[in-house]
Write a protein that binds this ligand. Sequence first.
Ligand code: NAP
Length: 231
Amino acid sequence: MTGGSRGVGLATAKLALQHGDRVAVLARNIDEAKLRAELGNDVLLITADVTQSDSVSTAFSQIDQQWGGIDVLINNAGLHRGGKLQRLATEDWEAVLKTNLSGPMMCIRNALPYLGAGSAIINVGAVVGLRGFPGDSAYGASKAGLSGLTQVLAIELAPKNIRVNLVIPGLVITEMTSQLDAKALDKLIERIPLGRVGQEDEIAQVIWWVAGSTYMTGAIIPTDGGMLAQL
Ligand code: NAP
């Protein structure tokens, strides 16, 4: 589970542990005391940066040594940097693409030797990867790319019986979205048919269910309160 140290990733790690799964949490900053308090002593905590191939390669090899293979890879680590194109710093564009698109590609490539038949990859997308939202050119492009990557790899990996799917969370209040002011938040909520933001565990439930859905691959699964269904 990349980006399992907080937000949606932490909720998913918790849920998987409740179901008796073995879980490895990867993030750049691991607060061991806090995460052990949240997740218990069985979780494997690994400091890793998904933008660095060496870091990712070491992490997956460590998981393999510990448990002998990987059944599910969840590419959840994400970075948001907003700003209309003329004002968007090139470094921000690059950091977002590196984290949200090249990161999952690198994780999948490095995890593949350890993923056997029947295993699953879940990428975490975003509504703005399928619909235009002003100010989200970098983030939207990265998540649109992830959608394409999901479908290509679903086909490429199907002969190995490795499934690849994309779960698309709607708006969830986490560190990533915590800077939205009340006005912006109200405007966004107006566009959600269910009339409220999602909870981290509501996204986690879908990720966990997709991981075990043995006849689903190449699918795009919105969990967004109806946002994508709206004109
Ligand atoms: P979050 O609270 O900001 O958590 C992001 C996680 O990713 C953290 O664990 C962070 O830990 C990790 N991370 C970031 N860059 C990393 C890197 N280079 N290498 C390894 N780990 C890295 O975000 P969230 O809201 O839970 O988002 C989770 C996923 O859902 C993301 O892919 C996001 O794009 C997607 N999503 C979120 C929303 C929403 O409304 N919240 C909506 C749609 C999609 P470190 O910083 O310590 O590395």
